[in-house]
Design a binder for this molecule. Structure first.
Ligand code: BTN
Length: 260
């Protein structure tokens, strides 16, 4: 079996090594792992993981498509939270920090997080996170966190992209071992987030925060604002100094670019 082939048994044994119990499906091909789990969410609250060797119609943020290279890591996690949907604003930052931490622990260099949920390598997009909230009620909801990571190669798309092969500069970790570690870390981080909120993850986020201290432009609706990013709040909102005052921005409301 080639190193590039994902092996379900390796992923499962990695999860149990970390003490994480979770249902896992590995599909040869699917339109979208997020869409697949939306259907499962009618029968289960999860946690349930769906991994695809090939994804033919991946979903991206803001209604965009997500294109993956033939060897990308594409997977989603269905998880119920006993939290009101409004309290989930830090969830994508938790996912980003968890992924950046595991990649760095495996030896990747130069991984950065761009608020709220992009992983970049030297300014080029390495991975994306799409969180969908389904079945929201007042004090609980189900979520699907979909993650796409470029592995040995990056797809040809209309923005600068990178792959893990850039960040690892040579030897890539085994895909199944890496994926098992990523999934275990994500599930453990989500458990902690449900109990303690985003505050315990602030330091992890800060380690990889690409915006902190940088001049940025923020788009809110049709308006553009200029300011200096100064980190994130303990709820996961972006803290920006605008005209000498601190303002907070929530993900979903705004998009952010580094000032040229
Ligand atoms: C983004 O636009 O940056 C988010 C992209 C998220 C892509 C992943 S790939 C696995 C999962 N299934 C999907 O259909 N989308 C997410």
């Amino acid at each position: 079996m080639s190193q590039a082939e994902l092996q379900l048994e390796v992923i499962r044994s990695r999860l149990s090594l970390h003490g994480v119990a979770c249902e896992v499906d590995l599909l040869d091909s699917v339109d979208s792992t997020n869409r697949w789990l939306v259907k499962r969410a009618r029968e289960t609250r999860g946690p349930h993981i769906c991994i695809a060797r090939e994804q033919t119609a991946g979903r991206g943020r803001r209604g965009r498509d997500w294109q993956s290279g033939s060897d990308a890591l594409t997977f989603s996690l269905l998880r119920h939270f006993n939290l009101a949907p409004l309290r989930l604003s830090g969830l994508s930052l938790v996912a980003g920090s968890a992924i950046a931490g595991v990649l760095s622990a495996h030896g990747a260099r130069g991984i950065g997080l761009k608020w709220p949920n992009d992983l970049l390598w030297q300014g080029r997009k390495l991975a994306g996170i799409l969180i969908e909230i389904i079945g929201a009620r007042e004090s609980d909801c189900s979520t699907i966190t979909g993650i796409g990571i470029n592995y040995a190669s990056a797809p040809q798309v209309d923005q600068p992209v990178a792959a893990l092969s850039d960040a690892f500069a040579g030897t890539l970790p085994d895909r199944s071992l890496l994926l098992g570690d990523l999934l275990a870390e994500l599930l453990q981080a989500f458990d902690r987030f449900e109990r303690e909120g985003f505050a315990p993850f602030l330091a992890d986020w800060a380690q990889h925060d690409l915006l902190a201290g940088r001049e940025i432009n923020i788009q809110a609706g049709n308006e553009w604002l200029a300011g200096r990013a100064i980190g994130v709040s303990d709820e996961g909102a972006l803290r920006v100094e605008v005209d000498g005052r601190e303002e907070l921005f929530s993900s979903g409301e705004v998009s952010v670019r580094l000032a040229p």
